[in-house]
Design a protein around this ligand. Structure first.
Ligand code: DAH
Length: 394
């Protein structure tokens, strides 16, 4: 890019000629004279065209490559290449020794100017690049503290589980314990020991899934009455509730499901009477649905209780005045109950001449539906999050 021989071209060549012989010397100095006059004619700074072009070429080239330098390394390389000792400018400064004082002054001034100009350009380019690199670095190292936290979805208790826990709490506070039993049960416990022999018409109401002739999926939690009494071996008092899944060969509809949840209750002791049953269930109803609740007992039939009753609550929707939900009666049925049948007590090892007891069985789904105003039992099993999410804060 740079021709280091430029000094020779303009001056040194003539100087050498001047040294070689006298006539040449004269010619050469004349030529020098003419050239200088010629070249300096229009310029105030006294710079010859050749120098001017040369310096201009250096300046232009340097400015162009400076504009291309895009990082601090390129910028440093540029500085060494353009302003360093071995650069064209450096070489020129060095070669100035061979010039006349006047040329040296003129060229020296020009070199200083261009050097200053280039240094200035270098500084502003450096500031530019530094700012750009800093901005890049800041961008790269940026931590976005405004990112929203990662949402961990919290599960919620299923309405049936809620109801079971609530009911357990109420009965535990009345002195009951909570026990559980097998979902795969025998015909013997599910029916026979509950006074439902093979030919009993009550079996029709509880058709189920048979695994074999003897094993089946339990149709109710009542077999746990027998199992509990057997386990207690004649000891009293017995006060248990038994939550658990039960199965029936039902067509599913808005109020029936082939699998649902019952909570069984059993109390056995000496001197247990129907009024104990009523008082217990009334306390339960008040605890669950509010102090103004009352219960109503209607005669009914279950093979394993005598007498048997159906228990109603004051309608939770209309408060007793009669609405669609209670079919205008002001009452809604919530469970079946009765005094434990003497034959069941005897078969389970409790002398019915000495002990009496009461039992009840309720559907947890029915309670949940009343409690939360759910119109279709199937919603409780479909795992639709839009439905379940409503119980998060319930
Ligand atoms: N096991 C009965 C059923 O599933 C409900 C029931 C009625 C349970 C009366 C009882 C009871 O303990 O005394 O339909």
């Amino acid at each position: 890019m740079l021709r280091y021989g430029w000094v020779d071209e303009t001056t040194t060549a003539f100087t050498q000629m001047a040294r070689s012989n006298s006539s040449d010397r004269r010619v050469a100095s004349l030529c020098c004279e003419v050239r200088r006059l010629d070249e300096r004619r229009e310029e105030d700074d006294g710079l010859s065209d050749t120098w001017r072009h040369e310096l201009e070429a250096i300046r232009e080239q340097a400015m162009a490559s400076l504009a291309l330098a895009s990082d601090s390394k390129a910028l440093n390389d540029w500085r060494v290449e353009v302003l360093g000792k071995k650069s064209a400018l450096g070489q020129m400064s060095k070669a100035m020794g061979g010039l006349t004082p006047e040329d040296r002054r003129v060229l020296g001034e020009a070199l200083n100017r261009i050097r200053q100009e280039l240094e200035q350009a270098w500084r502003s380019r450096q500031a530019e690049i530094e700012a750009k690199e800093k901005a890049l670095r800041l961008e790269r190292e940026r931590i976005d503290v405004t990112l929203p936290g990662r949402h961990v979805p919290l599960g919620a208790m299923h309405p049936i589980s809620r109801v079971i826990e609530e009911i357990e709490d109420i009965f535990v506070s009345l002195g009951f314990s909570v026990v559980e039993g097998p979902e795969v049960e025998t015909d013997h416990y599910n029916f026979e020991l509950l006074n439902i022999p093979k030919d009993h018409p009550a079996r029709d109401m509880q058709d189920t899934f048979y695994l074999t002739d003897e094993w089946l999926l339990r149709t109710h939690t009542s077999p746990m009455q027998v199992r509990t009494m057997e386990r207690m071996r004649g000891r009293t008092p017995i006060r248990v509730i038994v939550p658990g899944r039960v199965y029936r060969r039902d067509e599913d509809d808005a109020t029936h499901s082939h699998q649902f949840t019952q909570i069984e209750g059993l109390v056995v002791d000496e001197g247990i009477r129907m009024s104990d049953l009523k008082g217990t269930l009334e306390a339960f109803a008040k605890a669950l649905f509010g102090p103004s609740q009352r219960v109503r007992l209607r005669p009914s039939y279950f093979p394993f209780t005598e007498p048997s009753c159906e228990v109603d609550l004051v309608c939770v929707s209309c408060g007793g005045s009669g609405c669609r939900m209670c079919k205008g009666t002001g009452w809604i049925e919530i469970l079946g109950a009765g005094m434990v049948h003497p034959r069941v007590l005897d078969m389970s090892g409790y002398d019915s001449a000495r002990y009496t007891g009461f039992a009840f069985g309720l559907g947890a789904e029915r309670i949940a539906m009343l409690r939360y105003g759910i119109s279709d039992i199937r919603m409780l099993y479909q795992n639709d999050l839009r439905f379940l999410r409503q119980f998060r804060h319930a």
